[in-house]
Design a protein around this ligand. Structure first.
Ligand code: ADP
Length: 160
């Protein structure tokens, strides 16, 4: 069966942890759509165009991965895109409660939609976009957190 999945997130900005999860998903499924959500609750530092551009420059070479902007309900976007599952990364137990709640809500809204959780490499379990923003804001070294090809742009934008 042909499998299409969606990896949703804010990606503000993309980190090596995100890339690890997307790469793993690309090995498991036929087609991976990375959905960059506008996300009304959060106030992103980077515009949706910038976040999509960063992702295209870092996972664009994976032939079965496509990066798109998304707005609205994930359950509806997944349906519109023909995705049978949502792929989310799990870092620690602390992620679990929220992720479990979202997975069950999405299934309620779209009964055909399952959620698959992937563990990233252990070296990224502490990593989040917020950590990157905080460290860079104070001028700290983020070279182990974000891809080298977009490092300078991210660092210069975030630096206080
Ligand atoms: P959101 O804003 O929806 O929480 P994020 O952009 O922060 O989305 O993250 C997108 C996805 O990547 C989520 O499933 C998140 O759990 C996962 N993720 C982020 N960082 C890591 C990491 N270091 N290891 C594993 N998964 C991660």
């Amino acid at each position: 069966m042909h499998s299409t999945v969606i990896c949703p997130g804010s990606f503000d900005p993309v980190t090596l942890g995100h890339i690890d999860v997307i790469t793993r998903a690309s090995r498991m499924f036929d087609r991976v759509i990375v959905g960059v959500f506008v996300n009304g609750e959060k106030h992103p530092v980077f515009s949706i165009e910038e976040r999509i551009d960063f992702l295209n420059r870092t996972v664009g070479d994976l032939s079965n991965v496509k990066v798109i902007g998304c707005d609205g309900l994930l359950a509806q976007c997944a349906k519109d895109l023909g995705a049978s599952a949502v792929v989310r990364g799990l870092r620690a137990v602390s992620d679990f409660e929220y992720e479990f709640q979202m997975a069950l809500t999405n299934r309620k809204l779209n009964p055909e939609l399952d959620t698959v959780f992937l563990a990233s490499d252990a070296s990224y379990t502490y990593l989040s976009s917020s950590i990157v923003k905080n460290v860079a804001y104070h001028g700290g070294d983020i070279s182990n957190f974000v891809p080298a090809c977009i490092h300078d742009e991210i660092f210069n934008r975030l630096r206080h």
